[in-house]
Design a protein around this ligand. Structure first.
Ligand code: DGL
Length: 257
């Protein structure tokens, strides 16, 4: 039991994996992309919670001593549930980065892009009430956007989708845009360019938290550094996306969960 287990509906969590590998180059990491069931954003929170539970079980069976939910939607659906059910297994999740955005905004107006399911979860309303008192938070659900990243859609399609999703922020003094889905981390530069607004990407802060928890649990040195990339979908297309998004080649395998 010496590995860090990490999962997402697909390639979005690779944004967290990339930052984590920078901070913990000697750790063993097992990453599961649940591509056969993704995207999660249009599923019910109950459905996503069931998947998160099964994947967590698989990751611990494979030797994970800590879990990272590298997905806002799965965190919204299952973070509290899994912490209670799997205690004392350390579990790091992601909440929309409303707190840093509320601290930085000069106009007291921030925009949040996330999946429909993430906005339905209690985690989102709880971060807004805890950290954004006195700040106007404009929530924009973006159905279909994660899938464009997942499948590697071309730039013109992504740009067209983003222009539509950024529309509600125009003319409303938004000066921070929170990326509330790990897939959107790969669009941060484009979102900043199209909107002219500062983007808040949670991936580095989540990776820093993963590093803290991993060190507390002795998982910063797994013996032999190793990265296993597993997908419930097609390993060949997953490998291509991994290479395109984070420049890693490595062993990718299919897993039935
Ligand atoms: N990457 C995910 C998130 O952070 C899920 C996107 C999806 O599967 O719809 O919310």
């Amino acid at each position: 039991m010496t590995a860090i287990g990490m999962f997402d509906s697909g390639v979005g969590g690779l944004s967290v994996l990339r930052e984590t590998r920078r901070l913990l180059p000697d750790s063993r990491i097992i990453y599961v992309a649940d591509q056969a069931y993704g995207p999660y954003g249009d599923r019910t929170l109950d459905d996503v919670r069931r998947r998160a539970d099964r994947i967590t079980q698989t990751l611990t069976d494979e030797g994970a001593a800590m879990i990272v939910i590298a997905c806002h939607t799965a965190s919204a659906a299952a973070l509290h549930y899994l912490r209670a059910r799997r205690s004392p297994l350390p579990i790091v999740g992601i909440e929309p980065a409303v707190k840093p955005a509320a601290e930085r905004t000069a106009t007291r107006t921030v925009g949040v892009l996330a999946t429909t399911a993430t906005f339905q979860g209690e985690l989102f309303s709880s971060v807004v009430s805890r950290f954004a008192a006195g700040t106007k938070v404009i929530a924009r659900p973006c159905p279909g956007l994660a899938d464009l990243v997942e499948t590697g859609a071309d730039r013109s399609m992504i740009e067209a989708a983003l222009r539509e999703h950024l529309e509600p922020f125009r003319g409303r003094a938004v000066d921070q845009i929170v990326l509330g889905c790990t897939h959107y981390s790969f669009l941060g530069g484009l979102i900043a360019e199209l909107s002219g607004v500062q983007v808040v990407d949670p991936a580095p802060a989540v990776a820093a938290q993963v590093e803290r928890v991993a060190r507390q649990n002795g998982l910063d040195r797994g013996g032999s550094p190793e990265l296993r990339l597993l997908t419930t979908g097609n390993p060949h297309s997953f490998q291509e996306r991994v290479t395109a998004l984070i420049g890693l080649t490595g062993e990718v395998a299919r897993i039935d969960i």
